[in-house]
Design a protein around this ligand. Structure first.
Ligand code: COA
Length: 343
């Protein structure tokens, strides 16, 4: 196959039923509804059910995306799940999703770039599809952030929510300027301690495995601890605004577009003030921005596909429109994609 163009042909989202309001959070930590809305724009978030895992949400979003594309799992030839909250350390959640959807044989793997995972995933999959490796790919961002949040930390627990978003991507043998145009990705691990989730059972940590149990050869682990997000919020905020401002300029310059060419901004939904800063940088009216932060909170790598899904379902997307996707994440890892809507 020669250089193909890559099109988004199906999209779906899933949000768990349980809604956690700011009023409920007032009962849990020292905060107020007014503070949360003013500082973040978040009014509520969805929380995964006790009997669900990340793969269950991914499957629901994938079913909607497959139906939207008018295809079945048998038509898919690769499945990628972006998640920070995998069902297990291994195997990849993508293989769990593949099995639950009844898929067989095609490759399935996870990617981990935290909140930028979907943006990274689009870039990775587009490159592989343009190289002729796959014809139809299912790309899912699915996150159960509520399972790793410290529910006693008011600085972080108010921010996150659960959910999944999925897209079907299809390679076509044409070079028309349509579909995915390209991506820009960055990371800087010097910032890794500003936003992270730790767990006493860190998979590669020597202190909990060999060191504790070397002599007895007893590798059973203390199961008391749970994972927890730690963040220096105001420092993350500052860097996020700067890096997102520069990455949107960079991607426009790289593909020779200007601010005024963008029809829609679909940003990662971390904080309304970060989104407003990026929109301002692009001189975009806020009503040209897909906004779900108020109703979903920060669903990590599910947030961009969920926001795109809501924009699509609202009926406001038109063929030929130029969409700029962007995200910023722990690491830090950040990036952007340009997509010409061709559905
Ligand atoms: N309710 C009430 N007060 C709170 C609070 C809460 N839920 N969380 C923090 N505060 C307090 C702080 O303790 C601090 O009090 P102090 O001045 O007495 O020390 C004060 O509010 C200001 O804290 P600060 O962290 O500077 O607030 P902020 O305006 O930066 O807002 C965030 C905090 C977390 C909302 C904001 O920094 C943010 O969104 N950061 C980026 C988060 C992000 O994008 N993360 C994910 C990237 S993928």
């Amino acid at each position: 196959m020669s250089l193909a163009s890559v099109h988004l042909t199906g999209i779906g989202g899933y949000l768990p039923e349980r809604i956690l309001t700011n009023a409920e959070l007032e009962q849990m930590v020292d905060t107020t509804e007014a503070w949360i809305i003013e500082r973040t724009g978040i009014q509520q978030r969805h929380i995964i059910a006790a009997d669900q895992m990340t793969s269950d949400m991914a499957v629901e979003a994938a079913k909607v995306a497959l139906a939207d594309a008018g295809i079945s799992i048998d038509d898919i030839d690769a499945l990628v799940v972006s998640t920070t909250t995998p069902d297990l350390i291994f195997p990849a959640t993508a293989t769990v999703v593949q099995a639950k959807l009844g898929g067989k044989d095609f490759p399935a793997w996870d990617i981990q770039a935290v909140c930028s995972g979907f943006v990274y995933g689009l870039a990775q999959v587009e490159g592989m599809m343009r190289a002729g490796m796959f014809k139809r790919v299912l790309l899912i961002g699915a996150e159960a952030m509520s399972r790793i949040v410290d529910w006693t930390d008011r600085g972080t627990c108010i921010l996150f929510g659960d959910g999944a978003g999925a897209v079907v991507l299809e390679a076509r043998e044409s070079n028309v300027e349509n579909g995915l145009i390209g991506s820009v990705l960055h990371a800087d691990g010097a910032y890794r301690d500003l936003l992270k989730a730790t767990h006493p059972h860190r998979p590669s940590s020597p202190d909990l495995h060999q060191q504790v149990n070397h002599e007895s050869a007893d590798f059973s682990l203390d199961s008391a601890g749970t994972a927890a997000v730690e963040m220096k919020g105001n420092e993350v905020f500052r860097v996020a605004v700067t890096k997102l401002g520069s990455v949107v300029n960079e991607i426009l310059a790289k593909y020779e577009f200007s601010d005024s060419d963008i029809d829609w901004l679909v940003p990662h939904q971390a904080n309304i003030r970060i989104i407003q800063a990026t929109a301002k940088k692009l001189k975009m009216d806020i009503d040209r921005v897909a906004l779900t932060v108020g109703s979903h909170g920060n669903t990590s790598s599910a947030s961009v596909p969920l926001a795109l899904n809501e924009l699509y379902r609202s009926g406001r997307l038109e063929k030929g429109q130029l969409i700029l996707l962007e995200a910023f994440a722990g690491g830090f890892a950040w990036g952007a994609n340009l997509l010409r809507w061709s559905k």
